[in-house]
Design a protein around this ligand. Structure first.
Ligand code: PGA
Length: 249
């Protein structure tokens, strides 16, 4: 099954107009006809400008979060339709930082997933276990619970228009990467969960790995049969490093 890899840069709360311009200019110089789909996810205020900057290039733009509601009195929130309106194609949903720091539970993540698709955005659904959960042997239980919560609300068919990302919390921003075998083991479990409900979909779903992905470890992670690219934080802030990750995909 040929699944085109995806490399997504999650800028988190970094950047400025000047820094973004430098980063995007360097990216565009190096990113001609990539084999992978390439996506950058800047903070909200920069989305429209970055969309303009990458126009006509293979780079797509996603947001890092969205509101579960479609519009109305939700001060400080951003609706999926607004993200679509300014030219976003994707949105990250359920990132572990949102879950841990902003109290987003499985139910809210599922509603955000639905809101993203209702607005015509491709959700990048993140799942992952903490170190404590891994050490007590709860990895499978946690990641499948997080996935099942979305399947229960959106239905498995919704994954035809979605990306999935496995991001072990202990590997995010820590410099500790899951070994290729650890990543593969979890990716295979996630894919099996989709496959048991829809075999074709399971074969087509692209599952990205995230957590300290960088140029020096990307190739061996992406070489795993169920790893279809990466969700890259820190290393996406440096054009040359990010381009090397893209080239590894
Ligand atoms: P990292 O972040 O690459 O800096 O570990 C990944 C992410 O949180 O998406």
């Amino acid at each position: 099954m040929d699944r085109r890899p995806v490399v997504a840069g999650n800028w988190k709360m970094h950047g400025s107009r000047a820094e973004n311009t430098r980063l995007i200019d360097s990216l565009l110089e190096g990113v001609e006809a990539p084999r992978a789909e390439v996506l950058v996810c800047p903070p909200f205020p920069y989305l429209a400008e970055v969309v303009r900057a990458v126009k006509g290039s293979p780079v797509q733009v996603g947001a890092q979060s969205l509101c579960a509601e479609s519009q109305g009195a939700f001060t400080g929130e951003v609706a999926g339709a607004m993200l679509r309106d300014v030219g976003c194609s994707h949105v990250i949903v359920g990132h572990s930082e949102r879950r841990a720091l902003y109290a987003e539970d499985d139910a809210l993540v599922a509603r955000k997933f639905l809101a993203a698709q209702a607005a015509g955005l491709v959700p990048v659904l993140c799942v992952g276990e903490t170190l404590e959960e891994r050490e007590r042997g709860a990895t499978a239980e946690v990641i499948l619970r997080q996935l099942d919560a979305v399947i229960a609300v959106a239905g498995v068919q919704a994954f035809a228009r979605s990306l999935l990302a496995y991001e072990p919390v202990w590997a995010i921003g820590t410099g500790k990467t899951a070994s290729p075998a650890q990543a593969q083991e979890v990716h295979a479990m996630l894919r099996a969960r989709i496959t048991e409900k829809d075999a074709i979909l399971g074969g087509q779903l692209r599952i990205l790995y995230g957590g300290s992905v960088k140029a020096s470890n990307a190739a061996e992670l992406f070489a795993q049969p169920d790893v279809d690219g990466g969700l890259v934080g820190g290393a996406s802030l440096q054009a040359e490093e990010f381009l090397r990750v893209v080239a590894a995909a």
